[in-house]
Design a protein around this ligand. Sequence first.
Ligand SMILES: C[S@@+](CC[C@H](N)C(=O)[O-])C[C@H]1O[C@@H](n2cnc3c(N)ncnc32)[C@H](O)[C@@H]1O
Length: 343
Amino acid sequence: MNSNKLTKNKITLDRYINLVMYSKKTGYYEKDKVFGRKGDFVTSPYISSIFGEIISIWITHHFTKRNVYNFNIFEIGAGEGLLALDIINTIHKFKSLNINFKYFIYEKSKFYKKKQKIKLKGKNIVWVNDLSNFKKKNCIILSNELIDAFPVKHLMKENNVWYEKYVRYNQEIKNFYLENIKINKDHEIYKKSYYPMNKLNFIEYEPDLENFLKKVSNLVKYCKNNIFITFDYGYNSIEFKNTLQAINKHKKVKIFNDIGNSDITHLVNFYYIKEIFKLNKVSNITYQSQSNFLINGGIKFRLQRILKILKNNKSKQKLKMSVKRLISKDQMGSLFKVFTAKI
Ligand SMILES: C[S@@+](CC[C@H](N)C(=O)[O-])C[C@H]1O[C@@H](n2cnc3c(N)ncnc32)[C@H](O)[C@@H]1O
């Protein structure tokens, strides 16, 4: 990454995250070995393809119950393309339903876009370059662990004065440190009326979120059958928590550790996702735990079906453990949420 940009002057926290995560060539998401056991973290598709299978059933059901057999799936932030592969392979198995579908991907990282093109070769995928101009009817807009990867700002109130967190570099001891700086009345936060500034003492928000959800809302509103579904870790509260974290090789580290090689994320506050959708006149919202979504979608039934087919005891055990990890309250089942929005 351009270290001059990081060390020369003070920069806001979100700018710091943007530079270390998304800088062309040197940003975290422009490098390999991010995902999987050998990388820094695993996402649900890496735990088992049963995750993608249940989503495929949900997608197919969403359309077939509306008598739609020709539909579009639009995934945003597809990483290595594993979820796309699972979904495409599963829906192809529903031959008797005579389904026709097209898969589209919008990906910010050049590196991962390239990886997706290799992994998904021959799968007839279209990569979208501009989110604003993408318009399709009968379209599922899907993402897994996308919004947690958006850069965040931290604002805090002390004695009725609001401050913003900045990152500074100490040239002498060659170290980064955080500093709170008073904000002015023209700060963008004052234009975001959905944050009740008088009731809050701390705000952790994604500056790119409003614009992103506006584009998603336009796509959702384009057709009554369109729906946005996102899976992410998070919570639902008018008050914010400080959830910023960095992960390196599956362990929590400081955000200034191994810069550009550690993942920096946060928990999504779905309360404000809902508020922004409402502002865009998309108010048919559902919010549930991942455990609820997968169990209602038939994951336990599907598990039993596969267990009957599997011969090897080790594979059976592995699959049971994976499903447990996806749905257990003390693992991903509770922390991960599933949010949908339609008109
Ligand atoms: C945590 S990874 C999740 C990848 C994948 N969905 C999975 O579950 O394995 C986040 C992905 O979103 C991409 N991304 C981050 N911000 C994005 C944005 N604003 N638009 C599109 N993709 C984005 C990253 O490059 C990366 O591929």
